[in-house]
Design a protein around this ligand. Structure first.
Ligand code: PMP
Length: 416
């Protein structure tokens, strides 16, 4: 199978409409656009199948229940889980990480340790800080160089008290992707569970949790062309079985007594209340959509774009490049030498180029390094060579505009 970004892009209606036809969308690490099949699946659910899921109920309700369990099966295939029971629907990576922080840490003893890194998204920092405070746990960090974690040195912070290692599968601020095999080798001899935050990874690579060897994996559908409001938590069956539930309510019980209740089995134990059913329908559509693509060719195309961006920025004296092309999931992070990152973002926005500026929900990384605020251009498979050319031309125009003239330079050097 060969891959054409132009043909792929034609499946995304947003780019075909009015002012968006010119849009160069390079904010894909924040969220991706949706193909027509996903939009239709969400609409069709409300048009033809809207009902709550109750196993022994009327025709529409049975249809909704079947749909949810069918999508759960697709989700298990998507990450190569051993069983659909290992797949829990949640609102997204943030909710999945909060669930894990709550359910794993409530059983720990004061002084037990959790390991994260400075490159984590806030969703993989704050829930652990909250749990550490509540259960008197110790939070440790992978050693870093100027804020960039040295995952090869993870073992130096692992010890007999380590119970949880929760690390990114790909950092959203700089694109850095750890060598997961190297992480596994270091974690596997400890008594710790290993969580992979796959929010960025799942968009760019076929995920195989059995091959990775992690205990838990989390991701959000909106990062891989799916709807917002739905994400996946994969967990090894035995570990999920052993965990207490998090939210209580309908759907997660089999029997409610006056003082206590009996909880449902996996995975419903972790799915209290009404699930986001239309979003689950959309998730089913995006998983089918991705299964029809040549994911390897998509990834190769994205890598080509991100390498081209890095080559151009590296060669330019007008930018300081914060990300590296090597082991990169599709993100270029940089700051202009003249002007400011925020100023550059507005310049690009005026030219209909969407990038993001800020700390990208990874303040620890920025604080430890020298560039807390960067411009981030993040690619998806629908980005074309022409998108990258347009961005580079706009960056050049920005620098030309801000470059001091010879007269200005003379005045500035004269004024001492
Ligand atoms: N982890 C990473 C690496 C992310 O990039 C994000 C989203 N930017 C999240 C977690 C949180 O995802 P969500 O907001 O969809 O819950």
């Amino acid at each position: 199978m060969s891959f054409s970004a132009e043909a792929f892009k034609r499946q995304f209606p947003l780019f075909a409409q009015g002012e968006n036809a010119r849009l160069v969308y390079l904010d894909n690490a924040a969220t991706t656009q949706k193909p027509l099949s996903v939009i239709n699946a969400v609409r069709d659910y409300y048009m033809h199948s809207s009902a709550n899921t109750h196993r022994s109920s009327h025709r529409l309700a049975r249809k909704a229940t079947e749909m949810v369990e069918r999508v759960r099966g697709q989700a298990a295939e998507f990450v190569n889980a051993a069983s659909p029971n290992e797949m829990v629907f949640c609102r997204g990576a943030t909710e999945a990480l909060n669930l894990l922080a709550h359910c794993l840490c409530s059983g720990l003893a004061p002084g037990d340790e959790i390991v994260i890194s400075t490159a984590e998204h806030h969703a993989n920092i704050v829930p652990w800080q909250m749990a550490a405070e509540r259960y008197q746990l110790t939070l440790r960090f992978v050693p870093d160089t100027a804020g960039v974690p040295r995952f090869d040195q993870l073992s130096t912070v692992l010890n007999e008290r380590t119970r949880v290692v929760s690390l990114t599968g790909g950092a959203n601020a700089i694109g850095l992707r750890p060598d997961l095999a190297q992480v596994r080798r270091q974690v596997q001899h400890t008594r710790s569970v290993w969580i992979v935050d796959g929010a960025q990874l799942a968009a760019h690579e076929v995920v195989d949790v059995q091959k990775i060897g992690c205990d838990f994996f989390v991701c959000s559908a909106h990062k891989f062309y799916g709807p917002t409001g739905i994400g996946l938590l994969y967990g090894r069956e035995a570990l999920l079985e052993a965990m207490p539930p998090w939210l209580g309510g309908g759907e997660m019980i089999t029997e409610v007594g006056l003082q206590t209740s009996r909880y449902a089995g996996l995975p419903h134990k972790f799915e209290a209340g009404t699930s986001p059913l239309a979003a689950i329908a959309g998730l089913g559509a995006v998983l089918a959509f991705l299964a029809r693509q040549d994911r390897g060719a998509m990834a190769a195309h994205e890598q080509k774009l991100v390498h081209r961006l890095h080559r151009a920025l590296e060669a330019s004296p007008d930018f300081h490049l914060v990300s590296q092309a090597r082991n990169n999931l599709g993100i270029a992070a940089f700051v202009p030498v003249q002007g400011s990152a925020a100023d550059l973002m507005h310049w690009l926005d005026e030219r209909d180029i969407a990038v993001r500026v800020g700390h990208h929900c990874a303040q620890l990384l920025g604080r430890a390094g020298s560039n807390p605020v960067t411009v981030r251009a993040s690619v998806a498979a629908y980005n074309t060579d022409s998108d990258i050319r347009t961005l580079l031309q706009a960056l050049e125009a920005y620098c030309d505009f801000h470059r001091p003239t010879a007269g200005q330079l003379q005045r500035e050097s004269g004024s001492g």
